[in-house]
Design a protein around this ligand. Sequence first.
Ligand SMILES: Nc1ncnc2c1ncn2[C@@H]1O[C@H](COP(=O)(O)OP(=O)(O)OP(=O)(O)O)[C@@H](O)[C@H]1O
Length: 496
Amino acid sequence: MSELQDLTALIRANTALIVIETRDESRVIELFRQVLMNVWRALYRWSITEGLRRVDFDRDDEETEVAPDISNTLQSIRDADQRGIYLMFDAHPYLGYASTQRQLREIVQRRGCQPHVLVLIGHKVELPPDLESLAVRHRPSLPDANALLKLVREEAENYMREHGGRRVESDADVVKQIVRNLQGLDPVDARRIARHLIFRDGAIGPDDLPELAKLKFELLNRSGHLHYEYDSARMSEVAGARRIKRWIEQRRGVFVSGDAPPGLDPPKGILLLGVQGCGKSMIAKAVAAGFGVPLVRLDFGTLYDKFHGETEKNLRAALSSAEQLSPAVLWIDEIEKGLAGDGGDSDGGVSRRVLGYLLTWMAERKSRLFLVATANQIEALPPELLRKGRFDEIFFVDLPVAEVREELFASHLRKRALKPEGFDLAGLAQASDGFSGAEIEQAIVAAMYAAHAANTPLADFQLRAELKQTRPLSVLMGEQVTALREWARGRTVAAD
Ligand SMILES: Nc1ncnc2c1ncn2[C@@H]1O[C@H](COP(=O)(O)OP(=O)(O)OP(=O)(O)O)[C@@H](O)[C@H]1O
C-alpha cells in the first residue's frame, strides 16, 4: 500500500490519534492535503508559535480566532462540530499535564459523534503511556534512490545558482555511492548532507564519501553507544593473518556490490579470537578499509544499565543505529565482556537476554553490515555464540611465528622511517620468540628512545637489549595462552 493509501485507510477507519515522527513538516501537510481528495475533512495545523490555522488545499493558511496555547486549542477542537484533521506540530512536550492529557483523551474518545483526527508530529514523539495506547504510529516512507538522486541534483543546481553559474564537478560513480549511502535517511537530513557535501568545495568526488559516513554517523548514533573509528589500517600493514586476508579478499566484491551469486549468502561476519596484542583490532580496521565502508565500534560494557530491561533496550538501539549506517563494518570489541559464559541468572538474566537478542539479530538481519567480533577469553564466551552458522568463520589469531615476526620488525621499522635492511631481521625474530606484534612494536619504540638518549642511530644490540628486558605476556600468562591455543585447535581456523 502506498503511504497515501495507508493514511487514507487510517482516517476512514476513524483512527483518532496518529503519531508521525519526522522533521519534514511540509511533506506531511502535502500528504494530508492529498488525503483530502479521498476523504473530505477540514484540515488544520497547529504550532505553539502560529496557533491553529486552516490549511485545506483551497485555503491558504487561514488564521483562526483561537489563542495558540495548547489548552485553548484542544478546547476549541473538542467543541468543533465539523469533523477535522488537526496536524499538531511539536505538541507532545505540552502533554505532560494531567489536564491536557484529559482534554486530549476526551477528543480522541469523543462519544456520540464522529471523531476528529489528531496527528501529533515531531522529530521524536514520546507520549505518556495511556495516550500511547490510544495512538497509531505511522512511519513516513523514506525517499528511494530516484528521489535521492533528484535531491542531490537539485542541490547541485542550487549551488550553481548561488555561485554565478559555476557547475558542480561530479564523479558519476561517487554520486551513485552517495545516493546508496543516503538511503535510510529522511529527506530533510539527506538534503542537508547532500548540500553540505556539494557546498563545501563545489564538487562531488571520492573525498565526500568519508565525510558522508561521518555525518551519517553523527546523525544516527542517537543512542551514543557506537563509536566511529577514524583510525584506519590497511590489510597490507597486518603482518601474517594470511588466511584472513584471503578470506576477506574473496568476499570483498560480493560485499561491496551487495549482490551474492546464486547459491551463496552475502558475507555476514567473523569472530576473531586470540592472544592480546596480535592484531585483532588492526584486522577489524583493515576489513572496513578493504570493503571501503566506515567502521563503527560497539563497546558492550557501556550498554549495561542497572534498571530492568534497559540493557537490552540499549543493545537494540545500538544495533538499529548500526544497521542504518550500512553498508558498514560493526566491530564488537571484547564481545565476551557483555556475555556471561555460564548462561546463568547471576546478573538477573541480563546477559542471557542480551545473548538471545544478539543471536536473533545475527540470524535475521538483512542489512549490509559486516560484523567483526573480537575476544581474548574463551571461558567467558557462551557456547551458543560459537555454534556453526552464527559467524561465517571463527579465526584464531595466534602469536606470530618467526617469519611473521620478521615481517613485524620490517614493517614497524619502516613505519618509523628506518631501513629494515640495516638490521638482522632473522636474528631479531629468533630473539623475540613468544612476543606479540604489540610487544615487538613496543620494543622498537623503547630501543629508539635508548638510541636517541645515547645520541646514536638505532642498532640491533639496542633492539636485542629491549627484547631481553621484556617478559612477554605469553610468559607472564603462559598457562592461559597455552589453554587458549589448545581450545582453539580444531574449533577455529588459524588466521595465518
Ligand atoms: N599482525 C600484526 N601486524 C602488524 N602490527 C601488529 C600486528 N599485531 C599487533 N600489531 C601492532 O600492535 C598494535 C596493537 O595490536 P592490536 O590492538 O591490533 O591487537 P589486539 O589483538 O586487538 O589486542 P587486544 O586484544 O589487546 O585489543 C597494533 O596497533 C599494531 O601496531
